[in-house]
Design a protein around this ligand. Structure first.
Ligand code: SF4
Length: 323
């Protein structure tokens, strides 16, 4: 499958504190992955793991400290806005924040058509808008003349997706797109992503803390922890047979289908995010049940463990990944 977006050793460093005592927080540490046409690539992890900062760099909202973002064959060291506008579109977590409550929803759709010069007249614009709304299970007549408060969160998220489809993007970045919609309609949005992937041959960069939906979408996954990709490979392999101790704990935290049952092995947040970011060696060493002395002294490399890349000293006998 054709690559549409690649990051190579993408890093983001934040500095905090005064000049005399400055902490250097590596929010994203040499992250490399490829998103392909017709495939979902998931960035997964708890909040504060660096997944949203990674997306913000791809979207041009943050300046990378180092590394590369490559779109197709174009190499963009910085300011991807030039190309991402039409080829990459984004859908965010809270659909209610996307739309001004005092403004009719259709205004956003017409505005996008006008901004990109997508239709010669209003009739053609309505036709185009209707076709994209139909692609997400709605229609123009259902949207016309209505304000955001007249829609459910799920409907607004669909309208937001329809708006991004107006420019026929090849990549959709979806940052926690179902975390604020009702559980009852969550799967219908996830199914919509599957359809966009298959019918429009789109690449989807799916950012989530929810491994169950990541598993359902398939494709590739990178599990992130404190700025590092701990494990990266095919979703089926990573989630069914996790190699990294952090992925193993995360997977055990997936709730049972029966909501009355307790969560198994929920990860304890024993340490602050900050302590973990500043930790020498493996960032997961404070919580890892398999931690060894070397883990507290030296950061692990990425190793190839049966086709899955794993950042863990437990696999030091395997072949090292060359970045
Ligand atoms: Fe655990 Fe060590 Fe592997 Fe980190 S490197 S995940 S602390 S075993």
């Amino acid at each position: 499958m054709q690559p549409i977006l690649e990051t190579r050793n993408l890093s983001k460093v934040f500095h905090r504190g005064s000049l005399l005592s400055r902490d250097r927080i590596v929010a994203v540490d040499r992250v490399s992955f490829t998103v392909r046409r017709g495939e979902v690539f998931t960035l997964a992890g708890e909040s504060g793991c660096g997944k949203t900062t990674t997306a913000r760099m791809i979207l041009g909202f943050e300046h990378p400290s180092s590394g590369e973002i490559i779109y197709g064959s174009e190499r963009e060291r910085w300011h991807p806005r030039v190309w991402f506008n039409q080829r990459i579109q984004a859908v965010f977590q809270n659909p209610f924040e996307t739309f001004n409550p005092l403004r009719k929803v259709e205004g956003y759709l017409f505005e996008t058509v006008k901004h990109y010069g997508l239709a010669a007249d209003r009739g053609k614009a309505v036709e185009l808008i209707n076709s994209k709304l139909e692609a997400v299970g709605l229609s123009y007549s259902e949207v016309e003349g209505r304000y955001p408060s007249e829609f459910s969160g799920g409907q607004l998220q669909r309208i937001s997706i329809a708006r991004s489809l107006l420019v026929d993007p090849s990549l959709l970045i979806a940052d926690e797109p179902v975390s604020m919609v009702d559980a009852s309609i969550r799967m219908s949005i996830v199914n919509l992503f599957r359809r966009l992937r298959d019918e429009l041959d789109m690449g989807i960069l799916y950012i989530t803390h929810d491994l169950a939906t990541a598993y359902y979408l398939g494709g590739q996954i990178a599990v992130m922890f404190r700025g590092n990709t701990m494990e990266i490979g095919p979703v089926q392999e990573v989630l069914v047979n996790p190699r990294h101790p952090y992925t193993q704990l995360l997977r055990e935290s997936i709730p049972e289908a029966d909501p009355k049952k307790k969560w198994r092995g929920r990860i304890s947040i024993a340490e602050t995010e900050e302590e973990e970011y500043l930790r020498t060696g493996c960032k997961f060493a404070g919580r890892c049940p398999k931690a060894m002395d070397i883990c507290r002294q030296q950061a692990p490399e990425l190793y190839d463990v049966g086709g899955v890349k794993v950042k863990c000293h437990l696999y030091a006998d395997k072949q090292k990944e060359v970045s």
